[in-house]
Design a protein around this ligand. Structure first.
Ligand code: FE
Ligand code: FE
Ligand code: FE
Length: 162
């Protein structure tokens, strides 16, 4: 059996994240609809638009590698999203719903930061410069989204203790 190299690991992980972004794209409108806080709703809507752009960026990456865009089912993101829908059902309409939504969304962003972070390092190691730039743009968006969610979580806590 031939040993698989870093290029193959890169491509596998790219397909993984391509699958994940499509699942996330389907989930964000549900989270926006469920959220009570208007700024949280807005954050989910904004990230939905960003996610469409991230999928296009991934398509550009596939094309730079002469590959056709293809997703590979990723159990990690499926598990994170399944947990998120559980929270949405269990806390529907209640006082802890937004806090649960924020935590679920941050688990998604952390997954993406891990994946895009690895892809960026590998792109650098195998000298895929144009690819690295594209993936870094997305990585920055995921990090900004995570920071925004942290802010919203802290504000919600402040409102409660005031
Ligand atoms: Fe994303
Ligand atoms: Fe996976
Ligand atoms: Fe994201």
């Amino acid at each position: 059996m031939a040993e698989k190299d870093l290029g193959e690991l890169f491509l596998h992980t790219l397909k993984d994240v391509y699958f994940a972004e499509h699942e996330i794209l389907k989930t964000l409108p549900k989270m926006a609809q469920a959220a009570k806080n208007s700024r949280l709703k807005q954050a989910f809507d904004q990230h939905h638009v960003q996610t469409e752009g991230q999928i296009q960026r991934l398509q550009q990456v596939f094309s730079l590698l002469d590959q056709k865009p293809e997703g590979a089912p990723c159990e990690a993101i499926q598990g994170i999203l399944a947990e998120g829908s559980e929270v949405m059902e269990e806390f529907a309409g209640g006082p802890a719903l937004d806090a649960g939504l924020i935590a679920a969304a941050q688990a998604v962003e952390h997954y993406e930061i891990a994946r895009y972070g690895a892809l960026c390092s590998w792109a650098e190691l195998i000298d895929l410069e144009g690819v690295e730039t594209l993936l870094e743009e997305t990585l920055d968006e995921e990090k900004e989204t995570d920071l925004l969610l942290t802010q919203l979580a802290e504000e919600a806590i402040n409102i409660k203790s005031a």
